[in-house]
Write a protein that binds this ligand. Structure first.
Ligand code: G3H
Ligand code: 13P
Ligand code: ZN
Length: 335
């Protein structure tokens, strides 16, 4: 058993309390490789933002769970060095299992030093979801690890997370779920979805500048949830905004992405004013990384040193994470 506290991670409890009171959200960024984790740390230290590093089941399978674990530990040391160098404060870092799908997986992460785990049994019937989530909570709390549960199912298809349609969270279920499981935070489904293909242009209206505006998130559900569990930590998954600039850059450099629309940043900003205190973003990073790499390949076809295309990709990621912290989630300066 490795204690996350010894490794320098924090659990999410204190982070969430401060975020709800301060009306901002903690960024939860996924990583699978070195450039992504470097970019997250650099951006969060330079903007002085707390951060949640997320590892999905797919990431563990892709990059090797042990290597990812050590990369996250290395990130804590890198953060300290960077903060010292720049005469800035060290930032709090939590390490979270994203979309854990079994007790065994959650337990293995807790034993290897994760400070937080998500158990996503949201596709199970309500009672079964309670049972699985409670089992994880009972184990996690013995080690002071925080647990995120989920009610409602987001649409979207990715490696390990998939549903064709949205099942909105039923506000009438949240109180019983939270009470019976003793979970620390709750992911809800209010119209966000996983992946880069969130809304088709035909589902949207156009504003005066010709920008596609998707149907608004179900803030009515969020409000109803907040009434039933006042002050309880709420999480939004599927919160990438799918920047048109990134999609354009990909397609101008040989890509073939369909026109797609993400979650408008104003709506995410609005959500951070509520009990939403954790916002998950992965796809936007994937898009910017792909855009930067494609651009190098087109402009310098003779280039074959990975540092020469992964370096520019890392630069785009740093800019994106800083933008999210400063202009969308409001977490900058809250370390
Ligand atoms: O919500 C899912 C995350 O974006 C992780 O995706 O399962 O493809 O690693 P993944
Ligand atoms: P996006 O696909 O919108 O980035 O969502 C990521 C996510 O929810 C990770 O759990
Ligand atoms: Zn998710």
């Amino acid at each position: 058993m490795v204690s996350y506290k010894k490794l320098g991670f924090v659990n999410t409890r204190e982070l969430f309390k401060k975020a709800i009171n301060g009306k901002y959200a903690i960024p939860a960024y996924n990583f699978n490789n070195m450039e992504q984790i470097q970019a997250i740390i650099i951006a969060c230290v330079e903007t002085q933002s707390p951060v949640i590093l997320q590892v999905s089941k797919g990431a563990r399978d892709y990059a090797n769970q042990t290597l990812l674990q050590y990369m996250a530990q290395g990130a804590v040391e890198m953060m300290k060095e960077l903060a010292r160098e720049k005469k800035l404060k060290p930032i709090p870092i939590a390490l979270n299992l994203d979309h854990g799908d079994s007790f065994e997986l959650a337990k293995s992460c807790i034993e290897s030093g994760f400070s937080s785990v998500m158990i996503d049994a949201s596709s199970e019937p309500f009672e079964k979801n309670i049972e699985i989530t409670k089992k994880v909570v009972d184990y996690a709390h013995k080690h002071d690890v925080s647990v995120e549960g989920e009610l409602g199912v987001l649409a979207g298809i990715e490696d390990e997370v998939s549903s064709e349609v949205t099942h909105y969270t039923k506000p009438e279920e949240v109180e019983e779920f939270v009470k019976k499981t003793n979970v620390d935070s709750l992911a809800i489904s209010i119209g966000t979805s996983h992946g880069a293909n969130k809304f088709k242009p035909e589902q949207c209206t156009k504003n005066a500048d010709g920008v596609y505006i998707p149907p608004e998130l179900r803030f009515d559900i969020l409000e109803e949830v907040e009434k039933r569990i006042p002050g309880f930590s709420i999480v939004l998954h599927g919160s990438s905004s799918v920047p048109v600039e990134a999609v354009k850059m990909i397609n101008e450099n040989g890509g073939a992405l369909k026109d797609t629309v993400g979650i408008p940043e104003e709506q995410l900003r609005r959500a951070t004013q509520s009990a939403v205190c954790k916002v998950n973003i992965d796809s936007d990073g994937r898009l910017w990384m792909t855009a930067a790499i494609r651009k190098v390949f087109v402009e310098k076809p003779a280039e074959f040193d990975p540092r020469k295309y992964l370096g520019p990709a890392r630069k785009e990621l740093i800019a994106m994470y800083k933008h999210k912290n400063e202009n969308v989630l409001g977490s900058a300066g809250k370390a």
